[in-house]
Design a protein around this ligand. Structure first.
Ligand code: SF4
Length: 379
């Protein structure tokens, strides 16, 4: 199965943490809800017709004798039609190359809302943007009611280690590797005292295994020595751990401590720009811009929804627009495959009837027809 490399996050969370990890359950459990089938993705294209195309009469030479420009002496187009000539025309509202939104998003995916909402980021008011952004999130919540972190973990220690290991590889590969690691070294103290060579052997499938071994042993030592073997729940403590940057810290805070956070990974960055939620490119600025569109309480789930959509449908190279449930809300519709049948073939994971990334997914995912990932070497 192919899976793009996924990396973690970026977020701003207020600190003041506790050392308990009650919220692990929430994150690990995912959300229940049936993966209902959705409404059809209706959408009419805004065939920005050329109705208003300026009459080409202005293009005659008479009109602008002084100009050097070859006054396109075309027979004035009497009929409407985009005046293509080089003559200065009045601002004919340039027909935006909007693509006709799909009538119906197919796919074995829950489909989109029946109502069509024109996506018009250009000149979109702040209020309209907020509404459109929130509506996308609501639609995605229906498409992925079981969205959850895709790293397997049972406690904050496992999550911080798994997140460090997820650099430059897929969550699937990490999930296939960590069972052996945590079986042998279940606590920070165990991993802190491990023989690096043995750890390297276990971590080899994740790539960069020597550096990762150093990081996980180092962070385990720090946890054991400075935090009593507990993962701290504060950003400023987390980022001091070896191998833990802000991105990893935010994954841990958001998913193991229940602190709202926006996960600005590669999928998140790509999708929010496609949706014109922001033009920012810096992860911290993206996080701030998107965070301002939603209540804080939505941030963590929003991150899951967006990332899940990026992994399954709105891929970097070939977004499956023809099978996308939110196509009517998306200004980038048409950037990918619009043919429903062809688009359907681009879907991934449960949307394509394939196994997911977690070996131990939440029950809600299984209830919705999702399948666990196979163990390492099993396929
Ligand atoms: S670019 Fe295509 S696949 Fe991505 S959200 Fe827009 S319509 Fe959907």
């Amino acid at each position: 199965m192919s899976a793009e490399r996924d990396s973690a996050v970026g977020e701003q969370v207020s600190d003041g943490g506790r050392k308990t990890a009650k919220a692990v359950k929430t994150a690990a459990a995912g959300k229940g809800a049936s993966a209902s089938a959705k409404k059809a993705a209706a959408g009419k294209g805004t065939s920005a017709s050329a109705k208003k195309a300026a009459p080409a009469k202005k293009a005659t030479a008479k009109k602008s004798p002084a100009k050097k420009a070859p006054a396109a002496k075309k027979p004035a187009a009497k009929k409407a039609g985009p005046a293509k000539s080089s003559a200065p025309l009045k601002k004919a509202p340039a027909p935006r190359k909007q693509v006709v939104a799909p009538k119906k998003a197919t796919a074995s995916v829950p489909a989109a809302p029946a109502k069509t909402v024109a996506a018009h980021p250009r000149g979109e008011s702040r209020t309209a943007l907020v509404r459109r952004a929130r509506r996308i999130n609501r639609e995605l919540a229906e498409v992925y009611p079981y969205a959850h972190p895709e790293l397997d973990f049972e406690n904050p220690f496992q999550l911080v280690v798994a997140t460090v290991l997820s650099a430059q590889t897929t969550d699937l590969r990490v999930n296939q590797t960590t069972p052996a690691l945590f079986a042998k070294y279940p606590t920070p103290e165990d991993l802190a005292a491990a023989d690096p060579e043995e750890v390297e052997e276990i971590l080899r499938p994740t790539g960069f295994f020597r550096a990762k071994t150093k990081s996980v042993i180092g962070l385990s030592k720090a946890l054991a020595e400075q935090f009593g073997g507990e993962v701290p729940g504060r950003l400023e403590d987390l980022v001091k751990l070896p191998g833990v940057g802000r991105k990893t810290a935010f994954v841990v805070l958001g998913n193991a401590f229940g602190r709202p956070g926006i996960t600005v990974d590669t999928h998140f960055q790509r999708l929010v720009r496609r949706w014109k939620w922001t033009d920012e490119t810096d992860p911290d600025k993206i996080e701030a811009a998107v965070g301002a569109l939603f209540p804080k309480s939505d941030w963590t789930d929003l991150s899951h929804h967006v990332i899940w959509h990026g992994r399954r449908i709105c891929h970097a190279r070939k977004p499956a627009c023809g099978a996308c449930p939110i196509a009517p809300l998306c200004p980038a519709y048409g950037e990918g495959e619009t043919d429903p049948e062809k688009a359907k073939k681009l879907l991934k994971y449960e949307k394509a009837g394939q196994p997911g990334q977690r070996l131990k997914p939440p029950q809600a995912y299984l209830d919705a027809g999702g399948r666990p990932a196979p163990p390492l070497g099993a396929g």
